[in-house]
Design a protein around this ligand. Structure first.
Ligand SMILES: NC(=O)c1ccc[n+]([C@@H]2O[C@H](COP(=O)([O-])OP(=O)(O)OC[C@H]3O[C@@H](n4cnc5c(N)ncnc54)[C@H](O)[C@@H]3O)[C@@H](O)[C@H]2O)c1
Ligand SMILES: [Zn+2]
Ligand SMILES: [Zn+2]
Length: 368
């Protein structure tokens, strides 16, 4: 069928809206009319060659929409279902077999190669040339996408779909790091380093879990103000400050039980570790470029401190995304507070606003 998609044809170039031909869904696939798609740093990083995704390509991995058609063997979805398309996993590696799908050992090509697992692409341009188009097995910067039934998550149809796409990446990454990885108890102190879409999602989860204090650290004053409205008990503007760890200790005494690192800066990651109390845990979410190293003090770690990374909040999406949607509907996760909406045609403005920090979570509304 004919669709409109945002095609990236050059590294660091602009997205251009083109009419493409989308393949029919295979037996285990869904055709999804995308209602809205969040934009994440990884989309632009993909375009810019961080992961060697070939071009031309259609990016986007925070898609939410309505199922229009299902393949012959699909039993869990029907046309009209509302879905969020989550990240892909292989289902057979040692981690997938333990239900650690977020740490699937074969996920990289499924996310980044722009093809199905068998190497096929889903879209063709007006000249009939293939367009790499299964980015994160969805390519949601388009009016329609093909999703494998395994990675689509059915969501309640009374929830506003245009708010749900970011649960597929930044939302479940931040909230999952708290609910699934940290599992804090009420009264546990937490510091969130970087309050963009991922950090704010973690912060909202920390508030729901009853963490106290909740310390938000960033370099953008408006983000810190929003963090306070969303549950931070304290904020620290990192701009020009070398005493952030001392300030966290002044607030908490012994340091925090948990810290969340989302800035992707090595020096900030080190602070997130140094802010821990004995037996505290720092969870690293920020994506640094390969080769980035951090120096840590051995005796400091010896006192039971844990430093670990997570991917996609270690969530099992079919269970976790509906839980986040319920929290949204109950008022506990007001994700719309961090969103800026753009018509699909303004995708380049959305990308620019994301890069310069004026939009925390750009969301593209698809026409129709
Ligand atoms: N682990 C995963 O599975 C996963 C998934 C999605 C995103 N990510 C990564 O998580 C990170 C956060 O994503 P995001 O969408 O929230 O991005 P973002 O850029 O909006 O958030 C990062 C925040 O860190 C702040 N920051 C920068 N320098 C700082 C400093 N010196 N001190 C304090 N704060 C500082 C920025 O102002 C910003 O608010 C990115 O690196 C992204 O690639 C990881
Ligand atoms: Zn993402
Ligand atoms: Zn796997």
């Amino acid at each position: 069928m004919q669709i409109t998609a945002a095609v990236a044809r050059e590294r660091f170039g602009r997205f251009t809206l083109e009419t493409l031909d989308l393949a029919d869904p295979r037996s285990d696939e869904l055709l999804v009319r995308i209602v809205a798609s969040g934009m994440c740093q990884t989309d632009q990083h993909g375009r810019d060659g961080y992961y060697d995704t070939p071009l031309p390509a259609v990016f986007g991995h925070e898609g939410a929409g309505v199922v229009e058609a299902v393949g012959a063997s699909v039993t869990k979805f029907a046309p009209g279902d509302h879905v969020v398309i989550s990240y892909p996993w292989c289902g057979t590696c040692a981690n997938c077999r333990r239900r650690m799908e977020a740490h699937c050992q074969n996920s990289f090509p499924l996310k980044m190669h722009g093809t199905r697992a068998d190497g096929s692409t889903l879209m063709r341009d007006a000249g009939g040339a293939p367009v790499y188009s299964a980015f994160f097995q969805q390519s949601s910067f388009a009016t329609h996408a093909i999703a494998n039934e395994r990675f689509a998550v059915k969501v309640r149809n009374d929830a506003p779909l245009e708010l749900l796409g970011p649960f597929a990446c930044s939302g479940q990454t931040g909230a999952g790091a708290v609910f699934n990885t940290m599992q804090p108890r009420p009264g546990d102190a937490i510091a969130v380093f970087g309050v963009g879409a991922v950090g704010l999602s973690g912060l909202m989860a920390a508030r729901i879990a009853g963490c106290d204090p909740i310390i938000a650290i960033d370099i953008h004053a408006p983000r810190l103000a929003l963090a306070r409205e969303l549950g931070a008990t304290h904020t620290i503007d990192h701009t020009g400050r070398a005493d952030v760890v001392a300030e966290v200790r002044r607030i908490t005494g012994a340091g925090v039980r948990f810290s969340l690192e989302t800035s992707a800066q090595a020096s900030v990651f080190r602070e997130a570790v140094e802010a821990l109390m004995p037996a505290g845990t720092c969870v690293l979410l920020g994506s640094a470029r390969a080769g980035t190293e951090v120096k840590l003090d051995m005796p400091f770690l010896q006192f039971g401190r844990v430093v670990r990374g997570t991917i996609q909040g270690e969530s099992h999406p079919p269970e976790f995304i509906p839980r986040l949607v319920d929290l949204l509907m109950q008022g506990g996760m007001p994700v719309e507070r961090m969103m800026t909406f753009y018509p699909f045609a303004d995708i380049n403005r959305a990308a620019q606003d994301s890069t310069n920090g004026t939009a925390i979570k750009p969301v593209l509304r698809m026409p129709g």
